[in-house]
Design a protein around this ligand. Structure first.
Ligand code: UD1
Ligand code: MG
Length: 445
């Protein structure tokens, strides 16, 4: 078995993004584009992955570790970018896949097809991934002979009217026989309309050497190139569609799929029901038989089985929600553990806390976890009942089975099974309200 090396080109400036960060670091489903691509490439089990970046792209270099980095000092074209990776590929004679960092949605099966086609004949030196977009724009065009062999790729800027009429376009992705790569790349020059070193020239170079080239067709959707924020949003939409389908085929019900937004790593159990308008940020895992009601926002959260979340709930990083927990409307949970069967049904903020099993947190309860400088913990025991509109001033501990009177501000620990109450004495003045009204009515006349 010959091995595979992948070279990902990511040194382009990405000026059309109008961004301080490198283009390939822009995210789809909460994950940089370049990492989506590397994830897909990883499925082919490559023996080497080289990412070509420009010298200033520290964030890209950190993101792609442990992939090898090749620095292209100046962006002089795609052929020049591959030249920067030659050093890292020295002695490699397997198949080299060339990918573009800004084409993140390509699927592993498509790459496999290309490799298969490349290996079908020893003479076949280059396989190019072509596609037929609805609008061929300024993509390079694939020129073929009457037998359907690939004979050249013509860049739009250099193409004749006849060539521009060709609908079969270059996606940029290639599989190249590594034995010839160095010879091909060193033969590329920059005598063309843009004065760039075009990788696409290697097709004609290979043919001149008596070798052949071929193409495989991919889908427009997976080959979308992201050059600006409009295309970034298109790529996001495509990825979301894929994740919604995966969620449903995996056994989750999405009542209105189009309105549910996933992250690249959202994990759903079976018989999960997701109501409309739910947003999943990164790192959410949901157990079986959970219902997530409309307009909830979740990130960095683990939810056990049979829990009920929302509507309008906000689960922030570090929310650990056990089985059968109920979290109701307008409840925010941050960095807190809710043990089995705990209930926080309405209008509460629970941060830096533990809520014991079967504890019931009344409406409007707030854990006061922050004094403007430091964060403090609240610990609520199993079976405790916290009355409505309670402020728990952390650090504070409520024992198992304790009851807190509604409206209390609790800043001292409450022992197990005790009543904790902090409230001014209630007064009652009989007839006062009626006297007050009668007086007001007289004055108004
Ligand atoms: C390229 C292809 C074109 C194809 C199109 C598909 C060439 C000459 N043309 O054109 O046939 O239809 O992609 O999207 O290859 N890059 C570098 N260093 C450079 C230049 C580019 O790393 O010096 C990287 C970019 O970061 C990007 C990729 O290579 O990820 C493609 O570069 P780009 O300038 O977008 O090429 P296109 O003009 O779109
Ligand atoms: Mg491009």
């Amino acid at each position: 078995m010959t091995s595979i090396a992948a070279v990902v080109l990511a040194a382009g400036a990405g000026t059309r993004m109008k961004s301080a960060k490198p283009k390939v670091m822009h995210e789809i489903g909460g994950r940089p584009m370049i990492s989506h691509l590397l994830g897909t490439v990883g499925a082919l089990d490559p023996s080497k992955v080289v990412v070509v970046t420009s010298p200033a792209m520290d964030s890209v270099q950190e993101e792609v570790a442990p992939a090898e980095i090749a620095i292209q000092k100046e962006a002089l074209g795609t052929g020049h970018a591959v030249a920067a990776a030659l050093e890292a590929l020295k002695g490699f004679t397997g198949d080299v896949l060339i990918l573009y960092g800004d084409t993140p949605l390509i699927e592993a099966e498509t790459l496999e097809k290309m490799i298969e086609k490349r290996r079908a004949s020893d003479k076949c030196a280059v396989v190019v991934l072509g596609f037929e977009p609805d609008d061929p724009l300024e993509y390079g065009r694939l020129v073929t002979d009457k037998d359907g062999n690939l004979t050249a790729i013509v860049e739009f800027a250099d193409a004749s009217a006849e060539e521009r009429a060709v609908r079969l376009c270059n996606s940029g992705v290639m599989a190249i026989n590594g034995e010839h790569l160095e010879a091909f790349i060193t033969a590329v020059d920059n005598k063309n309309a843009k004065g760039e070193y075009y990788l696409t020239d290697i097709v004609e170079i290979a043919i001149r050497k008596g070798l052949t080239c071929a193409y495989v067709k991919g889908e427009e959707e997976e080959l979308l190139g992201v050059n600006n924020r409009v295309q970034l949003a298109e790529a996001e939409a495509i990825a979301q569609r894929r994740w919604r389908l995966a969620a449903m085929t995996g056994g989750a019900t999405l009542i209105d799929p189009e309105t549910v937004w996933f992250s690249h790593d959202t994990k759903l159990g079976r018989d999960v029901v997701i109501e409309p308008g739910v947003f999943f940020g990164p790192k959410v895992t949901v157990g079986d038989n959970v219902r997530i009601k409309a307009y909830s926002h979740l990130e960095g959260t683990t939810i056990g089985e049979k829990a009920q979340i929302g509507p309008f709930a906000r689960l922030r990083p570090g929310a650990e929600v056990a089985d059968k927990v109920k979290i109701g409307n307008f409840v925010e949970i941050k960095k807190s553990t809710l043990e089995t069967g705990a209930k926080v049904s309405h209008l509460s903020y629970i941060g830096d806390a533990r809520v014991g099993a079967e504890a019931n947190i009344g409406a409007g309860t707030i854990t006061c976890n922050y004094d403007g400088y430091d964060k403090f913990r609240t610990d609520i025991g199993a079976g405790a009942f916290i009355g409505s509109n309670t402020a728990l001033v952390a650090p504070v501990k409520i024992g198992d089975g304790a009851i807190i009177g509604a409206g209390s501000t609790i800043s001292k620990n409450v022992e197990a099974d005790a009543l904790g109450i902090e409230r001014a004495e209630e007064k009652q003045k009989s007839g006062w309200a009626k006297r007050f009204r009668d007086l007001k009515k007289k004055v108004k006349k």
